[in-house]
Design a protein around this ligand. Structure first.
Ligand code: SF4
Length: 354
């Protein structure tokens, strides 16, 4: 059977084998851009990123596209994808497309019982996305797209056979087939002549989404479009040991609209790399590499010097988990308090959007 990641449930642990098995390229230093995601190896792999990098350096147009399935509240894990989009949107010649994937959320997530519910989440998500800095003009809702987009979805469906789909995903679940068709169209439609025309395009995804990437590139060939480029970022894991940060497990995630008390409580209960006694930890040092508290700082605190300093102090036993959790809790509380203030301003715009 063909090796594959499951985009709807995978929790990938062994990244190294993924490079060999799926032919992804690692980032050389000469392709890295000036963002801590690159510096801290949060972005770990790519397919054809060099094409987009060249356009950035030449100040020529390229498309960047991402989307969020509007199936729940946004958490810190989603913020990484959005931060990355905001970073690329600042390049002068970037043509930005951000999908509120409301139909995708309805079709592929069992818990979403109606389109109305998906749209309700979309309004909430939109206020957060705008507050994080995504330009309003980049954003569209799948359910409100123009007819050409939908025509294109049907054109795509004629290029995929049942066997192809099953070989890539290992199932023929109708809702997930629909959601996949939408995702291919989301990534490829900006290259149609009715939009930007044929040009390199960039989408940031987690490794577990690679099946979509491979299928999208295959379709690009069939439509004589530029093969889509992808960069792969690490997912922030959940706050409990071995867990994924997931909307369906509230105790594993810090939501962007969590209260100060909730943030504090969740960080207090997070899994750390600390040792059983303070004395032992002072002597031997902790393990920040497995610590969820350090992971929050690594993914969200832009001050690299500070994040490194905590890492070193932990390793040497110069800081204990209580103090470290307090520092992290203060940082997240402050960051999300400012964010939530901005969200309030964007709620009326989000309400008007649908
Ligand atoms: Fe984690 Fe900080 Fe404890 Fe080190 S000191 S294990 S980084 S909480």
């Amino acid at each position: 059977m063909e090796k594959r990641f499951d985009p709807w449930s995978s929790n990938i642990q062994n990244y190294e084998s993924a490079f060999d098995e799926f032919g992804l390229s690692k980032f050389n230093d000469n392709l890295k851009l000036n963002h801590y995601f690159f510096e801290r190896n949060i972005i770990i792999a790519h397919r054809d990123f060099d094409k987009v990098y060249k356009k950035i350096k030449e100040k020529k147009p390229f498309v960047q596209m991402t989307g969020i399935a509007t199936s729940g509240k946004l958490h810190l894990g989603h913020k990484i994808d959005i931060d990355l989009f905001v970073f690329f949107s600042k390049f002068k010649n970037s043509k930005n497309y951000f999908a509120l994937s409301d139909i995708d959320a309805y079709c592929s997530r069992e818990k979403i019982k109606s389109m109305e519910e998906a749209k309700k989440y979309a309004v909430n998500n939109l206020a957060h996305i705008l507050a994080l800095g995504v330009p309003l003009k980049a954003i569209y809702a799948q359910s409100k797209k123009e007819p050409r987009y939908y025509e294109f979805i049907f054109e795509i469906s004629k290029k995929i056979t049942k066997n192809m789909f099953e070989a890539v995903y290992g199932h023929l679940d109708l809702g997930k087939i629909e959601a996949s068709l939408l995702q291919y169209a989301d990534i490829l439609h900006p290259q149609l002549k009715e939009y930007e025309g044929k040009m390199p395009s960039l989408t940031g995804i987690g490794l577990d989404q690679d099946s979509h990437a491979r299928m999208t590139r295959d379709l690009a060939r069939k439509f004589n479009l530029e093969l889509s480029s992808f960069i792969y970022f690490l997912h922030q894991s959940g706050l409990r040991q071995g867990s994924k940060m997931s909307s369906s497990m509230p105790e594993t995630a810090i939501y962007l609209d969590d209260s100060q008390q909730e943030i504090k409580k969740k960080i207090q209960h997070a899994f750390t790399g600390g040792l059983t006694s303070a004395e032992e930890q002072r002597k031997k040092g902790g393990n920040p590499d497995i610590c969820k508290v350090h992971e929050i700082l690594k993914f969200h605190n832009p001050d690299t010097k500070f994040v490194k300093e905590i890492y070193e102090r932990c390793r040497k036993g110069n800081i204990l988990c209580g103090e470290c959790k307090q520092i992290c809790s203060d940082f997240v509380s402050d960051m999300l308090k400012k964010h939530q203030e901005k969200v309030k301003k964007f709620i009326p715009i989000a309400n008007k959007f649908y």
